[in-house]
Design a protein around this ligand. Structure first.
Ligand SMILES: [Zn+2]
Length: 215
């Protein structure tokens, strides 16, 4: 009896847990962080006025709720908060969700921290064109568990080597964070017209989702 009661309590607290998201224009405080960190500068293809600062609840690797932050293009802000609401409800775990400016706008450093992030005014990996991240229309999710694999098969982050073979091996958070074809997360993004880097043929970018940008 006692066991049942405990179980009920646990269930009801799960039901009470709620996802909330907030969308705001880039405030002076956020602007200061973005400029100092170097994720936006003059010459970037999108002005700060076309970007939005989101705060969203996410399920951490520790199974608890956390508050994350993300900058995206204003035109995708609503669908992104919806997608992350669904991810939360599907119990998809996220390691960390902070602005890439907290990592001096270094994609490498943000990946090393296994940080989930979107906007970063930078060139595409291994090229010179603006990445869709520069438009706030690309998101990298749990990048250590979902590596970028180059044409020649190279993985730049040592801790990602174990994730070359794509499959869910256990129910551990790190394993459930692995994005595999057919997963709910892939479906959620595609439903809103986003592409997944895991579908690409020449390179694989399992962490990457983006919305086509007219450049
Ligand atoms: Zn990306």
């Amino acid at each position: 009896m006692k066991k049942t009661l405990l179980l009920l309590t646990a269930t009801s607290s799960l039901l009470l847990a709620a996802y909330t998201a907030h969308t705001a224009k880039i405030t002076p405080a956020v602007k200061k962080r973005v400029l100092k960190g170097g994720s936006w500068h003059r010459g970037c293809p999108v002005p700060l006025s076309n970007l939005r600062y989101l705060t969203m609840t996410y399920r951490g690797f520790d199974g608890r709720d956390h508050r994350g932050e993300m900058i995206v293009h204003a035109s995708v802000a609503q669908e992104i908060t919806q997608i992350f609401g669904e991810l939360y409800r599907s119990d998809y775990p996220i390691r960390k969700m902070r602005l890439v400016s907290d990592y001096r706008a270094s994609d490498f450093a943000s990946i090393e921290a296994d940080n989930t992030s979107a906007f970063n005014c930078r060139a595409v990996t291994g090229g010179t064109k603006w990445s869709n991240h520069s438009y706030g229309k690309a998101i990298d999710i749990n990048p250590l568990e979902n590596p970028y694999i180059s044409r020649s098969g190279k993985i730049a982050h040592k801790r990602s080597l174990q994730y070359r073979i794509r499959k869910h091996k256990s129910s551990a958070s790190t394993d459930r964070a692995v994005i595999v074809k057919g997963d709910t997360i892939v479906h959620l993004f595609k439903q809103k017209g986003w592409r997944w880097g895991g579908d690409w043929h020449s390179i694989k970018d399992y962490q990457h989702f983006d919305k086509p940008v007219r450049k």
